[in-house]
Structure formats: structure tokens, C-alpha cells
Design a protein around this ligand. Structure first.
Ligand SMILES: [Zn+2]
Length: 169
């Protein structure tokens, strides 16, 4: 069985996520994105006691990811730091691990799906039960289910954006 490894982006670190059972990695770029003092202090102690480790993708991983997201169009939506996180997960996969990326970033999740790397949201399962995502058209406000595949409204053609809503019981 492949060994699980968690790869955390800034949203995961700010959300206080790290696995207690498996190794957690992030990149120096993601660490630089953390600006608030409370998260910085928490991160500092997680780094000191080894709960979170810092690693970087190899140039070949970054190149591979750049090629993939250029052809999928995700290159426009991913920052350099986002790409670094995806490329780091890719490196772990290449080395025989089973990486799981923890991120709330929808574009990253999309890219990870394309390259068949597992991911999870920062939100805990308890919160997930009461929060749902929907997609809403910017123009006519039509609601679509969160798995609506297109980026444009089927009625008016306006862009569709993702929104968190409380689940209706
Ligand atoms: Zn519309």
C-alpha cells in the first residue's frame, strides 16, 4: 500500500489542518502567503515540532504541471504558489507516495482531478454537512448544482460563479 502524505496549501494551514497520523508538507511559497499573526504562530510551532515539513517540487515536476495546466486552461486561474503545491504533490506521487492535497481552492481541485491526485477541502466533515456549494449565474441568477460542468449559464450565457450556501433541511 502506498503511503499517504498530506500536502497543505495556505488555506489548509490557516484553517489549522494537519494530519496527526501522516506526514504533512507545504512549500515555502505557501508559507509566505500566511500573513495573520495567529496562523503564523501556529505554523511556527507545527514546523518546530515537525508536524509540518517544507519541501519544494523538482523542476521536472513544475514543468510537467505547467504543460498540463496550459492545455487545460487552468494556467490562468492558478498562481505560482498554487502550481508549486500541485507540483509538490505530483513529485510525491512520482516517488510512490499517495499524496492528498488539502485546499479550498476550486481551480486547484480541478487540476488535481485532471492529474488524478486526491484532494480534500479544509472544512471539517462536520461543517461540510451544513454547508453546500451551488453555482449561480451572474446574469440571470439561475442556480445550478455544484457539479454543473460549464462555466457559462445555459440560459443567458453569463459566467457562473460558485457560492457557499447553508443546506436546507
Ligand atoms: Zn443566466
Amino acid at each position: 500500500m502506498q503511503k499517504k502524505i498530506y500536502v497543505l496549501d495556505a488555506s489548509a494551514i490557516i484553517g489549522g489542518f494537519y494530519s496527526k497520523s501522516y506526514a504533512n508538507f507545504t512549500t515555502s511559497g505557501a508559507i509566505l502567503e500566511i500573513k495573520d499573526l495567529k496562523s503564523k504562530i501556529l505554523l511556527q510551532s507545527a514546523l518546530e515540532n515537525g508536524h509540518i515539513k517544507v519541501d519544494e517540487p523538482d523542476p521536472e515536476d513544475t514543468e510537467e504541471i505547467n504543460q498540463i495546466i496550459t492545455s487545460s486552461g487552468d494556467i490562468l486561474r492558478l498562481s505560482d504558489v498554487d502550481r508549486g503545491i500541485v507540483a509538490l504533490a505530483f513529485k510525491f506521487k512520482r516517488n510512490g507516495f499517495k499524496p492528498i492535497v488539502v485546499t479550498d481552492d476550486y481551480s486547484m481541485q480541478n487540476t488535481l482531478k485532471t492529474i488524478r491526485i486526491d484532494y480534500q477541502s479544509v472544512l471539517t466533515p462536520g461543517i461540510k454537512e451544513i454547508i453546500n456549494w451551488v453555482k449561480i449565474c451572474k446574469g440571470c441568477k439561475k442556480r445550478y448544482p455544484s457539479d454543473y460542468k460549464f462555466e457559462e449559464c445555459e440560459i443567458c450565457g453569463s459566467p457562473v460563479f460558485r457560492k457557499r450556501v447553508k443546506a436546507v433541511k
